[in-house]
Design a protein around this ligand. Structure first.
Ligand code: HEM
Length: 75
């Protein structure tokens, strides 16, 4: 699996390029196809970073990641 640094991940915030990535529990997912992550924004959260701790505030579980491709591991 591909290792991705925090600063590389930060480029995938939905603003700097078209692809939108989010890190959760060390895994990085490509959520570009999600309408709910358009332009990198998901409710008050921004893509391009590790949102592991923020999931506790969500009205859903980590099962939301099941349909997305894992693009790498957070270094
Ligand atoms: C205030 C916090 C949040 C709210 C209100 C929120 C709300 C929602 C809602 C309503 C959905 C669609 C219904 C569902 O799948 O249950 C959703 C999907 C999703 N959420 Fe959240 N969420 C929050 C935080 C987060 C965080 C912190 C993450 C990442 C760690 C996250 C990742 C996702 C993903 C990947 C999906 C699936 C998108 C799709 O299927 O297109 N959410 N969220």
């Amino acid at each position: 699996m591909n290792y991705i640094t925090k600063s590389q991940l930060a480029l995938y915030n939905g603003q700097d390029r078209d692809e939108v990535w989010v890190a959760y529990k060390g895994k990085i997912y490509d959520v570009s196809q999600s309408r709910l992550w358009r332009d990198g924004k998901h409710y008050e959260h921004w893509a391009g970073q590790d949102l592991t701790e923020e999931l506790a505030d969500a009205p859903h579980t980590e099962r939301v990641f099941e349909k997305f491709v894992q693009v790498g591991l957070l270094k």
